[in-house]
Structures are given as C-alpha cells and as structure tokens.
Design a protein around this ligand. Structure first.
Ligand code: FES
Ligand SMILES: [Fe+2]
Ligand SMILES: [Fe+2]
Length: 504
C-alpha cells in the first residue's frame, strides 16, 4: 500500500490527460523490475466534489486546471487497487457513490464501500489507493497523468492501459453499438442461461461454456458470465467447492465444425484472406475454450489461486470471444458464401491443452507463453498482408486482436511468475524446463522481441530453446484429441452439461 508518510513518492507516467477522456474508468497493469504485478483501476468522476479538488491538488507541479479545453474542470482522478481487500472481488465495476466532499467505491460482491481517496471503509478494512497527479509538461505544455507506484518493487512500468468496458464510455455508446459484436451466423439453439439448473458459480459457467458446441452461444454465454461476474451478480467462483464440476476432455464442436476437423497437415495452406481469417477464427474458438479450461481444470486443484487469477482469465475469455466475433464479421463481409465452419479446421491447439492437463505450470508455459507468444511473432506479418490487399477493416480488427494478445501473454507471465514464486523456483529456468519437457522441436523465431518484452518475456526465457518431447508422444496426444472430436459425432445432441448445482 502506498504510504502517505513516505518522504519521496515515486510516480509513473500513465498517459496524456486528453487520452483518458474517452471513458470514466481504466484498468492499469503495472510490473516491477522484479516481476511483481499490480493492477489498479483509475476512476474519473464526472463532477467535482465540494471541498475536494482531486488527488492532484497537493503538489506544486500538478496544476489543477489545464491550459487546454478542460480549463474549468477539476481533475477528479483516483486510483485504487483492482481487487477488493475483503475477498478479492474485481473492483472495476464497483458502484461509485458521491457525497458532498467524498466519494466511495462500493464493491460489487458484498457492498463494502471504500473511500476513493483514503481507501478507508466503515468495516475497518482498507483498500490501497494511490495518488494521481496531472502535471503539465513544460516541454510541450501537454497535461499528463501520473500515478504513485506501490512501495514494494522497483522500476515499475505500465504494461497495460485499457478502458474497463464500453459500459463506462464517455459519452455512452449509442444503443446500436451494443449489438456490434453479434455474429452473422445461425441463431443460438438454446437459452444463454439454461432454464434448468442455471450456473451459480464461475466454475459452473466455465464448464457449461466448455460444453457449449454452438460457437454463437459460446460467445454469448461468455459475455453474459463475465458481465455477471464483474458486476457482482455472480459472487461465487466456486473453485474451492468439493462439488466443483469437471471440464470435458475435449470441448464438443457443432456438427459442421466437427466434420471438417482434419489433421493440421491437411488443413491446407492459408491461400487467401478468407482462408486466413477462417483459420484464425478456428484458433479464437479454441482460445475461448482454453481461457475457460484453465479456470475450470486448475481452479479446483489450486484452491490458493486468488480471485485476481479468475479476473484475468475471464477477461481473456471475453477478449477471445470478441476476436472470434470480429473475425466472423469480417468473413461475413468478405465472403458470405464461405461462413465459418465451411473450410477444414484443426484441433492442434487442444492437443497442447491436453498434454498439459496434469500441470498448471506446464499449461501456462506451453499455451500462454509458447503458443500465444508465437502469435505475437506472426501477427505483424499477417496484418501487413491484409494491409497490402487494402483491407483496412480487417487490419483494424487484427490490430485490436494483436494488442489484446500482448495482454494475454502478460497474463501468462504474471501467473507463471506467481506460481514460481509460490514454489520458490526461478521463472526463467523453470519455463525452459517446462518447454523442454512439454514441447517438441525448436521454439521458433523470428521473435517479436519488443512485444514479447512488453509481456514480460525477455530473451532469456525463449532464446535457443528446444523442446525435447518425443514427436511420437506429441502425435499421439494430437491423435487422441482428434479422435475425441470425431467420437462426439454421434453424440452431439446428448453432450451432458457436467456440473452440479451446488454453491460453494
Ligand atoms: S466486499 Fe468486496 S469481496 Fe466482499
Ligand atoms: Fe485471441
Ligand atoms: Fe489470446
């Protein structure tokens, strides 16, 4: 927690003030040189409070009035840790209640409220809050926002800055925008929330979504579950419950997609843009499942995982759903006669998921720090290819996806570092060992060194690294995954939603 008595407070530059006016809330992820992570929510209040002139008022170099168009407004910026100090709820969707001279953030789970400036609560608990300053840079007269950094750790840097959600856009998005992510394909064949035995924990939602074969419904259920979780309508994670449901060995696929699942070698080269988009869409669909699977599979076996783990991976699941939707929308525009599911797809990603069933550390290493990091390497060339074809809309979609993917590798690095710290082992040597055991062949470059580094993956993690997993073993895992996919052929209508309606 920031100590107000500390003689010299250190601050980190976040962004020009003008760039933080599109939304009322931003998520900030900071990383220290030692590999510590710290997530904060930056709140901007709409109106000044009486007698309180924002966190910027107490420093000489922090003008409370900007020379810009915001001349008359007082900067009402507050930074608070993103996890509730009570039981760790995500505070990004906390209600803000404003009083005459103070404002509180009300936790969505149990409604404890925390003063935005001091972090204090009537309950006696205290949230960590961080001073925010708006400083006018004398070199270019631009107002920039600075946030005090945590005490523990050195050389903090900002590794992620994003609006919390469009729900906090300023001005609010027009209603028509809300449907932007709708898919162009067939409507769902079941309700988003099942009428019978609706999920009551995040674990139950995860398993339901993994067992949802219709991709449209998978996306809608993901959006719904994450919204419920963030807004406190779903208060229980349920990973410590003895009745936590088991995830399926392989997520079922809708008829059309399953039938066209082939050996990756036979999936063909991605010859044209539509085929490329189709292949990427397939990966995104698996990526949605992978985000839910890591929570459902490893949550119950790791009761010490804190709520922040689930906040990060639900955010990933939501991102992957958005990616899936963006890509299917582009395919709908470019070639409506070639919808998703009409070209061969493969299940290669799931074979890596499968080979890492026994170990969370291996899962984080192989899926998020090898596969997803590889995505960072190849995305720029893919984007360039669409740019050369003059396809600006696809470029825009792929750029959004790429920026999100950097944060997914960051999430992988964050939790890999967390588990290594818990186990008292070195992250770099442990990562290299996991890859040696769980990967086959070289970890291929060329590497996107810059974006990997943003995500915490410095060169010492991946350079000159070769997996020594026997190719036979790899192929065997792949075959099992494919066979499981085909086995589902006659049973798709009867795939049971394997969870019990128990609360934890
Ligand atoms: S009040 Fe926030 S988790 Fe309970
Ligand atoms: Fe993605
Ligand atoms: Fe991803």
């Amino acid at each position: 927690m920031a100590d107000s008595n500390k003689a010299v407070k250190e601050y980190l530059q976040i962004a020009p003030y003008d760039q933080l006016l599109t939304h009322f809330r931003y998520f900030l992820n900071l990383r220290s040189q030692e590999g510590r992570y710290h997530s904060l929510i930056l709140f901007r209040l709409a109106s000044p409070l009486d007698g309180a002139i924002g966190s910027s008022s107490n420093t000489e170099d922090a003008p409370i009035e900007s020379a810009s168009k915001h001349k008359t407004s007082v900067h009402q910026l507050y930074a608070m840790e993103s996890s509730c100090p009570h039981l760790g709820a995500d505070m990004s969707h906390a209600d803000i209640e404003e009083y005459e001279s103070s404002a509180v953030a009300v936790c969505p789970w149990h409604r404890y409220d925390f003063d935005l400036k001091t972090g204090k609560s009537d309950t006696g608990l205290k949230a960590c809050t961080y001073n925010v300053e708006v400083r006018q840079d004398p070199t270019d007269d631009v107002d920039r926002v600075w946030v005090e950094v945590p005490d523990e750790g050195t050389n903090w840097r900002l590794v992620e800055l994003r609006p919390v959600s469009e729900a906090f856009a300023d001005p609010p998005p027009p209603l028509s925008d809300v449907s932007q992510l709708a898919l162009s394909e067939s409507p769902k064949d079941e309700d988003v929330v099942p009428a019978d035995n609706p999920p009551t924990t995040l674990m139950q939602w995860a398993v339901l979504i993994l067992n949802t074969s219709n991709p449209t419904l998978k996306v809608e259920r993901t959006k719904h579950a994450v919204h419920q979780f963030r807004t406190g309508q779903l208060k229980s994670i349920g990973h410590r419950s003895p009745n936590a449901p088991r995830p399926p060995d392989v997520p079922p696929r809708h008829d059309a997609y399953r039938k066209s699942t082939v050996d990756p070698a036979k999936a063909g080269r991605r010859k044209n843009r539509v085929a490329m988009l189709h292949a990427l869409t397939n990966i995104e669909q698996w990526a949605i499942d992978l985000a839910w699977d890591i929570m459902a599979r490893f949550g119950p076996t790791h009761p010490d995982l804190p709520p922040a783990f689930f906040s990060d991976f639900t955010k990933m699941a939501l991102d992957e759903s958005k990616h899936f939707s963006l890509l299917t929308s582009r395919m709908g525009v470019l070639a409506s006669s070639t919808p998703y599911g009409s070209l061969p797809v493969h299940a290669a990603l799931w074979s890596s998921a499968r080979s890492t069933f026994p170990s969370l550390r291996a899962r984080l290493a192989i899926i998020h720090l090898v596969h997803e990091a590889r995505g960072l390497d190849v995305n720029p060339a893919t984007i360039a290819r669409f740019a050369r074809a003059g396809d600006k809309d696809s470029v825009a979609a792929l750029e959004i996806i790429h920026a999100d993917e950097v944060t997914h590798v960051t999430t992988g690095h964050r939790w890999f570092s967390w588990i290594c710290a818990r186990d008292g082992v070195d992250p770099v040597t442990t990562f290299r060992e996991e890859v040696r055991q769980g990967w086959s062949g070289d970890v291929k470059g060329p590497f996107n060194v810059e974006d990997r580094e943003k995500a915490g993956m410095t060169r010492d993690f991946y350079e000159d690294l070769r997996g020594e997993m026997e190719w036979d073993e790899w192929e065997r895992t792949m075959k099992v995954a494919e066979e499981d996919m085909r086995k589902e052929e006659n049973t798709v209508g009867s795939v049971a939603v394997e969870y019990e309606g128990s609360k934890s």
